[in-house]
Design a protein around this ligand. Sequence first.
Ligand code: DC
Length: 222
Amino acid sequence: MIIAFDGHSSTGKSSLAKEIAKHYHFIHLDSGALYRTITFITILENKSFDELLDENYCIPFLTVKCDDNELSIFYKNQKLESQLRTQEVNSKVSKIASQPRVRDYVTSLIRETLKDKSVVADGRDIGTEVFPNSDLKFFITAKPEIRSKRRFLEVQASGGNSSLESIHQNLMDRDKIDSSREVAPLRVAEDAIFIDNTFLTKEETFILVKSYIDRKIEDISE
Ligand code: DC
């Protein structure tokens, strides 16, 4: 079974997908982390994406493993986590993710790594491009001001000091690039369930999504 969560930045879709995956014992894929990984490595190595690739169309020393129902990403034996969430990566990732060759690389990597597995995947193009035959597709959004405020509170809680204005600007810039790029732009799939969680708590969003999934599982098993 494949469940796709696409939508805008800072709508809580990645934490939601993670909780849903945990609940149903599926693998969780945060596809944004893969775009962030490429961005991180290009910054670290000071190379373009094409310069990172070897003759086998691989990035040397990059490994993606599936453990504990999550994908773990390692570069040069170091697990990548907080390095992917810096302001520098935030400000560059959408541009890198708009390159057709980068999208091709990430899409192939996802399909190969998750072949034959039950997956809850989140991103911008999961239901439209990566897994168009997903069993269920959700599109998650919320008002921009609410998303910026949620992100601001998260950054503050983790000790960061970015201003609300700079976070809002970064979100707006990313929305614009993600929605207007030529390849696989962020859009609502025709068969997606649209959820605006501006006025919903995390728990309410989870319960709503779970009700659709439970119904789908019942339909499949009938
Ligand atoms: O979900 P996120 O904020 O971690 O994603 C980081 C960036 O990666 C986002 O600005 C757009 C890009 N992305 C994408 O283009 N396609 C995906 N499936 C996931 C993320």
